[in-house]
Design a protein around this ligand. Structure first.
Ligand SMILES: NC(=O)N[C@@H](CC(=O)O)C(=O)O
Ligand SMILES: [Zn+2]
Ligand SMILES: [Zn+2]
Length: 352
């Protein structure tokens, strides 16, 4: 196969940041994706519908002319989120989900949830209005090894949460383990998961062998090879519970290449190409479209995109960096300077 045409994908897990940083990254996603679920972990976080509406306007104002990209907004769940806030989020028509960050689990999660049982009333409202809860699934206790935090979360938080709220729509975000694949596969239809391109392509050796590579550091952290294999099998299985969410998480070069580097891989400029590499490795390119473009909107109850993109088999080199934010900052994409086999060449309207 030398060319691949598919329905335009959507990104069901994306960090755009705000201000100058947002203005420098949003076009990368808008070029590839029709829509994206926009993560609310700004400083301060997006906790109200009013803030989400204002953030959406800032994103729309930063889009290239003629872009049809649609930001799907989310709220950041806190211990104090009220059921009324959930109801006004639903009524707004622009907020599509609510995000659970366990306090301290990841970038800008300090205002996150300290104990999910504090949120039962808000979660009950989510179940009632049919809005998905998006979950960063890691426990945060210092005694739990960082490589075990997702698996422990399933037993301690995710399973009891679904017992208390059996009809709640849940997206287990950026899953990284065989445990999460098995949990989601066995769960009822209202439970799905996003998988990043980097967790499909890499294991922890890529981050740690031969030197420590900060651009491969993200949360949940890359796991051992057998977990990657389980993720790749799930993504390429055709099971509609698993769909595309890049978790592209921009941080300035200096904040990554540091004695205490930030967590997050910046993949937006090459997202669909990275996924194509993973699916090709698994011999499953014909299943890429379902994963990238069909299963996400189906789960969220939104129409699939009408337009198409084309990828060509054409080796090229990922740029070393891109401009980022104010001043002379730059941002380094994942696999900077490395070769990719596929490249997105064009997008077409399907008005015929
Ligand atoms: N994935 C990451 O490593 N980082 C994300 C936060 C997140 O999605 O957990 C970020 O906002 O930088
Ligand atoms: Zn996360
Ligand atoms: Zn994320």
């Amino acid at each position: 196969m030398t060319q691949l045409t598919l329905t335009r994908p959507d990104d069901w897990h994306l960090h755009l940041r705000d201000g100058a940083a947002m203005r420098s990254v949003v076009a990368h996603s808008a070029r590839q994706c029709g829509r994206a679920i926009i993560m609310p972990n700004l400083k301060p976080p997006v906790t109200t519908t009013e803030q989400a509406l204002a953030y959406r306007e800032r994103i729309l104002a930063a889009l290239p002319e003629d872009s049809g990209f649609e930001p799907l907004m989310t709220l950041y769940l806190t211990d104090d989120t009220t059921p009324e806030e959930i109801e006004s989020a639903k009524a707004s028509g622009v907020v599509h989900a609510v995000k659970l960050y366990p306090a301290g689990a990841t970038t800008n999660s300090a205002s996150g949830v300290t104990d999910i049982r504090h949120c039962d009333a808000a979660i009950e409202a989510l179940a009632r209005v049919g809005m998905p809860l998006l979950v960063h699934g890691e426990v945060t206790r210092p005694s739990i090894d960082i490589f075990d935090r997702e698996a422990v979360f399933i037993d301690e938080v995710m399973a009891p949460l679904l017992t208390r709220h059996p009809s709640l729509k849940v997206v287990f975000e950026h899953i990284t383990t065989r445990d999460a694949v098995e949990f989601v596969t066995a769960a009822p239809e209202n439970v799905a998961a996003t998988i990043t391109a980097h967790h499909l392509l890499f294991n922890r050796n890529h981050m740690l062998v031969g030197g420590i590579r900060p651009h491969y550091y993200c949360l949940p952290v890359l796991k051992r090879a057998s977990h990657r294999e389980a993720l790749l099998a799930a993504a390429t299985s055709g099971n509609p519970k698993f769909f595309l969410g890049t978790d592209s998480a921009p941080h300035a070069r200096g904040d990554k290449e540091s004695a205490c580097g930030c967590a997050g891989a910046f993949t937006a400029p090459v997202a669909i190409e990275l996924y194509a590499s993973a699916f090709e490795e698994a011999g499953a390119l014909e299943r890429l479209e379902g994963f990238a473009s069909h299963f996400g909107p189906d789960f969220y109850g939104l129409p699939r995109n009408r337009d198409l993109i084309t990828l060509a088999k054409h080796e090229w080199t990922i740029p070393a960096s891109f401009p980022y934010g104010d001043d002379d900052q730059t941002i380094v994409p994942l696999m900077a300077g490395e070769h990719l086999a596929w490249r997105m060449t064009s997008a077409e309207d399907d008005d015929s």
